[in-house]
Structure formats: structure tokens, C-alpha cells
Design a protein around this ligand. Structure first.
Ligand SMILES: O=C[C@H](O)COP(=O)(O)O
Length: 314
């Protein structure tokens, strides 16, 4: 693994970026898939399972990203993030709500004083196809309206064409527009074709100043597959060794069951290490995972499933 990384402030040339990214060791595709599959067979039971479920709830970025979203839906989502299980005062809050930028003001008002963050997708989500000025305006507006976290998409067309400098420049510009808000950089791994590209995009985003690297928009399949998450966890682990900076990871898209969430936590523990078992460094972007986590929590407490109707619809 590299002893150095790309430095955001250096405005590197495309040639330097290409040399660095193509100099990264290639991903052993079969090995990554086998390791991810092996880790998925680990069983987590009893008290460890109870702790994992609570941790997973605290890591959820509770998401609604639909054209039909309304202020009412966002308020309901925020209420659920603040107090996921109204009958259990011990149930932890979710990490954040994640919404389109025009609904950030509604979300910020609804979570005020709770410690729940407001994440907003920005930069022409989900395609990323817009001029940089529009992307920066989108980001600034979301931050001004109260977003504490910005989830930007990279320009996959530029990345796949080898224009790494353009991708780097956009990320550093959005990073600046974020001000104090955290920046999550969505790689849209389902469009990157290879695990080598996932590794390269991870290092490119981290080098340009990402606070988190995120797998997917949730609009493209495949999304947060175990081998992809594994490769990204390796990247943040190795980036910490090379730079001293811990970057977070956010799988998103298609994570719907407590079993999926716990499998992700096992990978975090085994690949990146226990430091990442923290909402500050690991999030799960999901629209419908929280209910299954709550049902499994209730089952652990009471010995019986409450049934999906017991919890509000995500
Ligand atoms: O960032 C989160 C994703 O958009 C949610 O995807 P999902 O609806 O498959 O959970």
C-alpha cells in the first residue's frame, strides 16, 4: 500500500494523479469476494448482537430521496430519526436524516436540539451532470439552510475517461463550499466497473479532502456490495497509515435488514478495525433498514417479534 497519498492543497496534475492511482496495487478480485463472503458467515449473538443493533441504529443516515418527497414526509422522517421507537426511551437516535437540498430547512428545523445531523445530497445528485457552478451553488444553499453534512456525487464520466484532475478539482471545490459541514463523497461504485476503480476512486476522494467515502446513490444497482465495502474499508485503513487522517465509510443502497447491517459491522471490525465502529467514521445510508433494526431490538428485549406494523413506515 502507498506510503504517501494525494495532497488536496497541491492541485496535482492529471499525470501525477494517474501515476499515483495506477500505481496502487491491483485488487485481488477473487480474494476480495471470498474474504467478504467468509466474513458474512460470522454469527453475532446475544449481548454482542444487542450492542451491534444499537450501534447500527446510531449509524443510520435515515434517507428519503424521492421526487415525491414532501415537507410532511421529511418531518415524519426526522421524528423517527430522533426517537426511532416511541415505546422504548432507551432506543438510540439515528445519526442523521438525508434529504434533497430543497428540504434541508424543513429537516434542520425538525431535528433542532436533538443531536441528529442533517445530510443533504448535492452536486446534481444522482447523475452529477451539471456545471461546477451549479454544484457549488447547490452545496452552499444546503449548508446555509442547515445541512451539517453534504453527500456529493463524483463525475463518473470524467473518472472513467481518466480525467482524474477534474474529479479532484470538483471535490476540493465542494469541500471548500461545505465550510464546517462534513463532506461525504459518493463514488457510485455500481458504475465504476472494477474493484481496481473502486480503490482508485477511494484514494482520489480521500486525497481531495473527503471526510467520508460513500458507495452509492441508491439509484444504481449494484450498490453497497460486500466486496466494494471491503475495498473501501481497506482504503481508509491504509490512508490512515499513510497520512494519519481517518476517513469514514458509508455504504448506501440496498441495505434493508439487520443481518445486512451486522455483516457490514463485522467487516468494519475485521478490515478497518474497531476505531471505525463509531458513527463518526461509519454510517449506513438506508431508507428502510431502521424498522428491521428496531424489530430485532424489540425481539431481543421481549423475546417476541412486534411485527412490521408496530413501527411507523420508513
Ligand atoms: O443513501 C441512501 C440510499 O439512497 C438509500 O437507498 P435504499 O433506499 O436502497 O436504502
Amino acid at each position: 500500500m502507498p506510503q504517501t497519498a494525494i495532497a488536496a492543497e497541491q492541485a496535482p496534475t492529471n499525470r501525477a494523479l494517474r501515476e499515483f492511482l495506477h500505481g496502487l496495487p491491483g485488487v485481488d478480485d477473487v480474494g476480495a469476494r471470498e474474504r467478504a463472503a467468509g466474513l458474512a458467515t460470522r454469527s453475532v449473538k446475544t449481548t454482542a448482537k444487542a450492542a451491534a443493533l444499537d450501534l447500527a441504529v446510531r449509524m443510520v443516515d435515515l434517507t428519503t430521496l424521492e421526487g415525491a418527497d414532501t415537507p410532511g414526509k421529511v418531518r415524519a422522517l426526522a421524528a423517527k430519526a430522533r426517537r426511532p421507537d416511541p415505546d422504548d426511551p432507551d432506543a438510540p437516535a439515528a445519526a442523521a436524516v438525508c434529504v434533497y437540498s430543497d428540504l434541508v430547512g424543513v429537516a434542520a428545523e425538525a431535528v433542532r436540539g436533538s443531536g441528529v445531523g442533517v445530510a443533504s445530497v448535492a452536486t446534481a445528485f444522482p447523475s452529477g451532470r451539471a456545471p461546477l457552478e451549479a454544484k457549488l451553488a447547490d452545496t452552499r444553499r444546503a449548508v446555509a439552510d442547515g445541512a451539517t453534512e453534504i453527500d456529493m456525487v463524483i463525475d463518473r464520466g470524467a473518472f472513467l475517461a481518466g480525467d482524474y484532475r477534474k474529479v479532484h478539482e470538483e471535490i476540493t471545490a465542494v469541500r471548500e463550499a461545505c465550510g464546517g459541514a462534513h463532506l461525504k463523497v459518493i463514488l457510485e461504485t455500481g458504475e465504476l466497473a472494477t474493484l481496481d476503480n473502486v480503490r482508485r476512486a477511494s484514494w482520489l476522494a480521500m486525497g481531495a479532502g473527503a471526510d467520508f467515502i460513500k458507495t452509492s446513490t441508491g439509484k444504481v444497482a449494484p450498490a453497497a456490495t460486500p466486496p466494494v465495502v471491503l475495498v473501501m474499508l481497506e482504503a481508509v485503513r491504509d490512508n490512515l497509515a499513510a497520512t494519519g487522517r481517518a476517513v469514514g465509510v458509508k455504504p448506501a443502497g440496498g441495505i434493508r435488514t439487520a443481518k445486512d447491517a451486522i455483516r457490514n459491522l463485522v467487516m468494519v471490525q475485521e478490515v478497518a478495525g474497531p476505531r471505525w465502529l463509531d458513527p463518526a467514521l461509519f454510517r449506513i445510508g438506508a431508507s428502510s433498514l431502521l424498522n428491521d433494526l428496531l424489530m430485532q431490538r424489540a425481539k431481543q428485549r421481549t423475546g417476541a417479534y412486534a411485527g412490521p406494523d408496530y413501527f411507523t413506515i420508513d
